[in-house]
Structure formats: structure tokens, C-alpha cells
Design a protein around this ligand. Structure first.
Ligand code: C5P
Length: 242
């Protein structure tokens, strides 16, 4: 493999310079962190599974017209993506109460929400990703009103599509986090889905048993973390080769 220049290293992924201008190679690590880096660990094989799961979900979304940064998977741990300017906002969509929403409002985990709820968090390790409002986002210039409209519309489409896709394989999409980037093509800017979609940033519960098949197994020390990610891949029909 050719040696590539490292552009950015995050908690679960590394971005390298891509083979052509405007492309990057996204490498999936086995490292796992939770609670703003206070808990660290390794989930053996996670990177391989997330690379494959994210490839699958981004490809399906692209087929229904959701623009994404994903181009193609290169190997077990790497995928080629378009270089975008990441918008420093995490968009969380929730269908069922869990995690920080349950803690913040005292709503028992598993309570269905009256409608899907969108939340925004400002991406900042130093500040611990604080929750922010649309007012903060536009006033501080992290995204413009049109960017935000696009992000919300895309997030709701992703939620509708993925909720159905997961339900079809016996999984409830409880909540998930998305990131977006700006992509320039011929002097035109589009907002596209970036980062990854995997059990690292979705909550997925078995429809019948409510068993957790996502990163909460790591956060809550439930054990069998890799097996859970493997089960999601198995149900999607995409277990990695080898
Ligand atoms: O912790 P919380 O309940 O706010 O998480 C909501 C959803 O967003 C979960 O699916 C979680 O995995 C995801 N998330 C994430 N990255 C973060 C925070 C939350 O992927 N930094």
C-alpha cells in the first residue's frame, strides 16, 4: 500500500490524503471512546465492521437521493470519500427516549417520543460538545439558515429511510447522530452527509427483546460489543469477507 499523508486523526477514524485532489481516505480504527473521552477502549474488529456497515448505509441513502461524501470502499478498513468542509454541528435525531435525553428530562429509557426530535450539538472536545439551538448556530456563523434547513431536511429523510430499513431486519432505530459537510462543485455548494453511519453513532435495539446492538454495550459495560456490531452486519446481509 502506498504511504499517505495523514490529514486528521479523530477518536475512531483517521483521514489521509486521497489519490486525487478533492478526495480523502477514511480509515476506521478499533478504538472506542465514550463520555467525552473519559472512557477509552478497543473493540476488536469494530473498524472493519463499521467500514462495511457505513458503506452499505451511505450507498442505500445515495440511491434514494441523499447526497453523501462516500465514494467507494477501498479495503477492509478504508473508504474513499470526497473532501468536504465539515460543519461543526452534530445533528441528533431521536425516535425513542434514551441516553442523554432520558437523563436530562427524566424520561425512562424506551419511552416512544410523540414525534421525532432533532437536537444540535456544537463539536468541541474542550467544551464537551454542548447542546445548542438554531439561534446559536446561525448567530455564531457555524451554519447559515439555508444550510440548517438542508441539514434538517436531510436528517429527517435519513431517519424515515433508515427507520424502515432497520425495522425490516428486526431493529428499532432509537436515535442517531449525523455530521454534514460543504461540498463545492463548479462554484456551487451543496450540503452532503459526511462522517459515518454505524452502531458507533446509532442506537439500535432488537424489536422483540430490546437487546442493545450498538455502542451502549461499550458505554454501559454490557459485554459482547463486537458480537453486537457483527449481528447488525449479519442482519444487513453484509458480513465482511475474510
Ligand atoms: O448520548 P446521547 O443520548 O445524546 O446520544 C444520542 C445519539 O447520538 C446516540 O445514538 C449516540 O450514539 C450518538 N452520539 C454520537 N456522538 C456523540 C454523541 C452522541 O454518535 N458525540
Amino acid at each position: 500500500m502506498t504511504r499517505r499523508r495523514r490529514i486528521y486523526e479523530g477518536k475512531a477514524k483517521v483521514l489521509f490524503e486521497g489519490p486525487e485532489p478533492g478526495t480523502l481516505v477514511q480509515y476506521f480504527k478499533d478504538d472506542a471512546t465514550a463520555f467525552n473521552n473519559q472512557k477509552k477502549g478497543i473493540i476488536t474488529g469494530k473498524g472493519v465492521l463499521n467500514n462495511r456497515i457505513s458503506e452499505y448505509l451511505m450507498s442505500r441513502l445515495s440511491e434514494i437521493g441523499v447526497p453523501t461524501h462516500f465514494m467507494r470502499r477501498l479495503n477492509m478498513r478504508e473508504q474513499l470519500v470526497r473532501e468536504v468542509e465539515i460543519i461543526p454541528i452534530e445533528v441528533v435525531v431521536r425516535n425513542v427516549a434514551a441516553g442523554s435525553l432520558s437523563r436530562r428530562f427524566g424520561i425512562p429509557e424506551g419511552t416512544p417520543l410523540p414525534r421525532s426530535i432533532i437536537e444540535y450539538y456544537y463539536k468541541s472536545d474542550e467544551l464537551g460538545d454542548p447542546m445548542v439551538s438554531e439561534e446559536h448556530i446561525t448567530a455564531f456563523g457555524w451554519a447559515g439558515p439555508q444550510d440548517l434547513d438542508d441539514m434538517v431536511a436531510l436528517s429527517l429523510r435519513v431517519n424515515d429511510y433508515l427507520s424502515g430499513l432497520f425495522l425490516g431486519i428486526g431493529l428499532k432505530l432509537v436515535d442517531f447522530k449525523l455530521e454534514f459537510g460543504r461540498l463545492w462543485e463548479n462554484e456551487e455548494m451543496r450540503i452532503v452527509l459526511a462522517d459515518e453511519i454505524s452502531p458507533d453513532n446509532c442506537r439500535l435495539w432488537d424489536v422483540k427483546t430490546n437487546e442493545k446492538l450498538d455502542k451502549d454495550r461499550f458505554r454501559q459495560d454490557l459485554g459482547r460489543v463486537e458480537e453486537a456490531y457483527q449481528e447488525v452486519a449479519r442482519r444487513l446481509g453484509i458480513l465482511p469477507e475474510g
